[in-house]
Design a protein around this ligand. Structure first.
Ligand code: SAM
Length: 393
C-alpha cells in the first residue's frame, strides 16, 4: 500500500516512521510519502490559505496548491482520505475497508478546512472518503491521518505476526475486549481473576466472553451485541421469499465488490447474477434473510450436499458492508449451522483464497481449510466436523 500525506506540518507525521508503521515501511509492506503542501504554493510567502467567501471567522485552505499537488503526484484511481469533523465516523469496519485499497492520499486540513472544490475535483479522479475521528474538533487533520493510518496499516496481511490477536480485539465483532492481565499474579494486594490461572481453556473462554458482554453493555450500550438485537426482535431472520430476490441481488453485488478487489478479478458469478438467478437459487438452497428496521441487511443459504452424504453446505453468507463487524455474519453462520438436518457429519463453506478476513472468521468459527483449490477457481473449501458424528474422510 502506498500512503501520501499532503500537509503544511510534515513534522506532525514523523511518528509514522516510528514503531510498527515504521517497521512496516522498512519491510516494504507500505510506502510512506509525506509532502509539504507549501511546495506547491506559488507566491513568495508560500500562502496556502485565504479569507472565506461569504465572510465568517478564520481562513480556508486554497484550492491551487492541492490541485498542483494532485497533478504532480497523480491521484487517479487512488482513495483520497479527508479527515474532517463532518465526515463519516471512523470505525473498525471503515479501517477494514480502507485496508483493501492500494493507495491512500490524505489531505490534512488546517484552519477552517479545505475549499470544497478540492474535494469535488478529486472526486472526478479518485474515490474521496471524508472521515471524522469523533464528535470533537482538532486543530488539524494530521493527527487524524496518523490515527487512521495506524488503524488501517495494522490490518494489512503480514503486519501483525499473530492474526488471532486482530480477531480478538475490541470492535472486531461488535464487542469490546475483555480485561487483560500479566505477571505478577498478585500486585499491591490485587489478584488476577483465578480462572485465568486455572489452565481450563473452556472456562477461560467463557469468562472472557462474559466480560466482553458485560463491558459492552455497561460502557457502550450503542454497540449492542447482535445476539441482543436478535433477542429483541430488532433483527428479523426468516426464510427468503421470491420477493426478496431483488434486494438479495443488490446486497450480493455490494458484498462481492470487496471480494473482487481482494482477489483482483471481476470474474465472480455473484457480481453478475440478476434477481431471477437469485430467485432460482432460492429453490436449490434453503435461504434465510435478515432484516433490520425493514432493510434487508444479510442473507445465508444452505443445503444438504447433493454429492456428499452427511455434508451440510453453507453458501454465500452476506452482510451489508456498512454493518459488517457487528457480529451479524457470525450470528447468520450459527443460524445456518443450526439448521443442519439430523445426520449431518460435516459442515462446509467456501471463500476466496485471498479473502483474508473471511478465512480468519471461518477459522475462528472452527472451520479448517482443505488443502488445494476449492470448488471454484481461486477459492478454498473449509470444513468443520460435527462433534460426536463419524468424520467424513
Ligand atoms: N471548521 C471546521 C468544522 O467545524 O468542521 C473545523 C476545522 S478544524 C479546526 C481543522 C482541521 O482539523 C479540519 O479541516 C480537519 O482536517 C481536522 N479535524 C478537526 N476535527 C476533526 C475530527 N473530529 N476528525 C477528523 N479531522 C478533524
Amino acid at each position: 500500500m502506498r500512503l501520501d500525506y499532503l500537509t503544511i506540518f510534515p513534522e506532525f507525521l514523523a511518528p509514522l516512521r516510528q514503531s510498527l508503521t515504521g517497521k512496516a515501511a522498512d519491510k516494504g509492506l507500505i510506502e510512506l510519502h509525506v509532502h509539504d503542501l507549501r511546495e506547491w504554493a506559488n507566491d513568495r510567502h508560500r500562502t496556502v490559505d485565504d479569507a472565506p467567501f461569504g465572510g465568517g471567522a478564520g481562513m480556508v485552505m486554497t484550492p491551487e496548491p492541492f490541485g498542483e499537488a494532485f497533478d504532480a503526484l497523480g491521484i487517479d484511481g487512488a482513495t483520497v482520505v479527508v479527515p474532517t469533523p463532518s465526515g463519516a465516523p471512523f470505525s473498525q469496519a471503515l479501517a477494514r475497508e480502507l485496508a483493501t485499497r492500494e493507495r491512500l492520499v490524505f489531505l490534512c486540513g488546517r484552519y477552517e478546512g479545505i475549499d470544497q472544490r478540492v474535494l469535488d475535483h478529486a472526486a472526478t479522479r479518485a474515490e474521496v472518503v471524508e472521515v471524522s475521528l469523533g464528535d470533537y474538533v482538532l486543530n488539524g487533520g494530521d493527527v487524524a491521518a496518523v490515527a487512521i493510518t495506524e488503524a488501517v496499516v495494522r490490518l494489512l496481511p503480514g503486519f501483525v505476526g499473530n492474526a488471532e490477536s486482530l480477531v480478538e480485539e475490541s470492535h472486531e465483532d461488535g464487542l469490546l475486549e475483555y480485561p487483560v492481565y500479566t505477571k505478577p499474579p498478585v500486585w499491591r494486594d490485587r489478584a488476577v481473576p483465578p480462572v485465568l490461572l486455572s489452565g481450563d481453556h473452556a472456562a477461560i473462554a467463557a469468562w472472557r466472553h462474559a466480560q466482553r458482554l458485560a463491558r459492552t453493555a455497561e460502557r457502550r450500550p450503542d454497540l449492542r451485541h447482535v445476539a441482543a438485537a436478535l433477542d429483541a426482535g430488532d433483527l428479523d431472520v426468516r426464510p427468503a421469499q421470491p420477493a426478496d430476490a431483488e434486494e438479495v441481488a443488490v446486497l450480493q453485488r455490494a458484498c462481492w465488490l470487496s471480494e473482487a478487489v481482494a482477489n483482483s478479478t471481476l470474474d465472480i458469478p455473484a457480481l453478475s447474477e440478476d434477481a431471477d438467478e437469485v430467485r432460482r437459487g432460492f429453490a436449490q438452497w434453503q435461504t434465510w434473510v435478515v432484516r433490520s428496521g425493514g432493510r434487508l441487511v444479510g442473507s445465508v443459504p444452505a443445503r444438504a450436499s447433493p454429492e456428499i452424504p452427511g455434508q451440510w453446505e453453507i453458501g454465500r453468507l452476506m452482510v451489508a458492508p456498512d454493518l459488517q463487524g457487528r457480529g451479524i455474519g457470525r450470528a447468520l453462520l450459527a443460524y445456518a449451522e443450526a439448521a443442519a438436518p439430523a445426520g449431518t457429519r460435516r459442515l462446509w463453506i467456501n471463500t476466496g483464497t485471498r479473502s483474508a478476513a473471511n478465512l480468519r472468521r471461518y477459522r475462528r468459527a472452527g472451520y479448517r481449510a482443505r488443502p488445494g483449490e476449492g470448488r471454484f477457481a481461486g477459492t478454498v473449501d473449509l470444513v468443520k466436523d460435527v462433534p460426536g458424528a463419524d468424520a467424513i474422510s
